[in-house]
Structure formats: C-alpha cells, structure tokens
Design a protein around this ligand. Sequence first.
Ligand SMILES: [Zn+2]
Ligand SMILES: [Zn+2]
Length: 323
Amino acid sequence: MSSLFRYSRWASQFKKSPPIFTSFSTATTDAQPNRPSPPPIRVGLTDSVGRAVFATRRIGAGELIHTAKPIVAHPSLPSLHKVCYFCLRKLPSQKPHSEAHKNVAFCSEHCKDQSKNFYEIEKKADWSRFNEYCRLQGLKYPLLVKRFACQVMSGVVSADILDILQPANLTSEMVSMMEKEFCLLRSTFQETDIKGEQMAFLTKEWYTGVLARMRINAFRVELPGGSYEDLLSSAAASIEAEIAVGNAVYMLPSFYNHDCDPNAHILWMENVDARLKTLRNIEAGEELRICYIDASMNYKTRQTVLYEGFGFLCNCPRCLSND
Ligand SMILES: [Zn+2]
Ligand SMILES: [Zn+2]
C-alpha cells in the first residue's frame, strides 16, 4: 500500500492547556440552540496559497472561533462497534449493540433519526465484502465515499457538493489502485433494489474525484477520554496513542491553510462536531492557520509528510528557519 494513503489531517498536539468553554452551546446535536453570532472570520482568496481564512476582528487566545458539523463522517473500522455510527461519540463499553442495527449502534434516538439520510440506503446492501476489503488494504476514505454515496442517493446532498474543495493530484497508478474498491462499491449497490437512475452519478470519474478531495481534506477525528482527568492524562501520554475514532470531511475547516507553528487548531470534545480555536491572540485581518500534521515532528519529516500527504512543500516561517 502506498504511504500516500496514510495521512489525513492530524489534530494538533496542543493539548496541554485545559479546554476553555465559551458561551457557545456544547449541546451541538440540538437543532435549535440559541443561534450563535456569525463566526469572526471570512474566507478570502490570496495570490500565493489560494483560499484562506482571515479573522474579521481581534480574537483572544483560546477562543472558540466556530464549530463545524461534517458533510460526511465515518467511524474507523476498529472503532465501528465502539462509537456512535452517526456522531462517533464513544459508546458505553458494556452496552449491548442494538438488535435493530445488527452491526452498528447509535448513541441516541437523535443520532438514529439523523442517520436515516444514509442508513436507509446503506442497510439495503450487504457491506461485509466491501468493509473486509477496506480492512485488509488499510483503506479509510472508501468508507467515507460509501456513506457520501448513500447520502446522495437519499437526496440529502448533491453529488457535487465536495467539488469546491481542493483535490489531490492523483497519479495514474493511484487511480488504477482505486479500481477494485470502486467496483466493489458499485456492485454492492447494484445487488440492491436501488434504481439505476438513483445511482447514475456513481461513475469511476465521480469516485476518483471525491476520493481525491477526501485525501487532502478529511480530518482524523480524535476524541479525548471520557473525563477531564483522561483529557489531562492524554496530554501527557505518548503522541502515538491511538485515539482516532474515525474520519470526517468539513467545509469551512477545509479552507484553513497549513502552518507548522499554527495560530489555530481543530479539536473534538465529545463527538464528530469540530471546534476551531485560537492558540494565541489574533489581530483583525490576520490569516488563521492550522497544522495538518503532527507539529512535533522535525523539519525534514514534516516536509516529507506534507509533500506526500498533501502535495506541497511548506514555506511557513518555522520551516524557513529550519526548525
Ligand atoms: Zn451519536
Ligand atoms: Zn512549515
């Protein structure tokens, strides 16, 4: 397997300070909370790096810039039975899996209800072969594409909603490696009673286009432990600790550019809903940047990982100083 598939965006390692809760509601799953004011950012175009996110006012260190719900998310295969199939919230370990959902479970009636926009379609098919293939090959993005395809067939999202995101450059070798997973995905849908026109969008071109975008825009969702004490101990634990529960693609967070010494970071508290926070004081007009990779890596490793995983050589101030 190509190392190119190993890297999705990495949550920042800035976990030393305790979480700062602001007036934003933490009950992110409710449809009608008190509407927060618009986030203090704007997305603009730059000559050098394309799209970028800028602060529209001064933002204090540790402030919540905004939250974001995913366009599509999926648990990692090792977490499949340990987290909510919709929101990736950790499930109580003793809880028996729901009879109604044979293999997967939801953390709440709300998530069960929200999942209808993909699960009604997904459960028409037998995904064991597809999942097994992904497991054996160590693939995570095809699972996101599967869920996305189900959402499109349900009519809740349009098949081209991800087109706005920047795609990775795929070599012909990478595209041919996708042949098998694509054929498995399509044949699994074709074995159901889903109508042909409902899956007309599901072409090889669509698949590779979506995967090219997921490859550089998907975030690895890392949840801290269940308690504040766990959160503190995870800060001290090895950064190798596997706390990723799944992968997700967001719209706004994808517009943040990378910096090896970032002034903002993305983190998750309880489920797949992301929080973008500042790491230091930000002036109005300043660009907000996050770190796509593990910032503790050395200069050479960072350059390699960024180039292989995201297709660019970093010219941030930290890299320019050879740090
Ligand atoms: Zn849930
Ligand atoms: Zn850099």
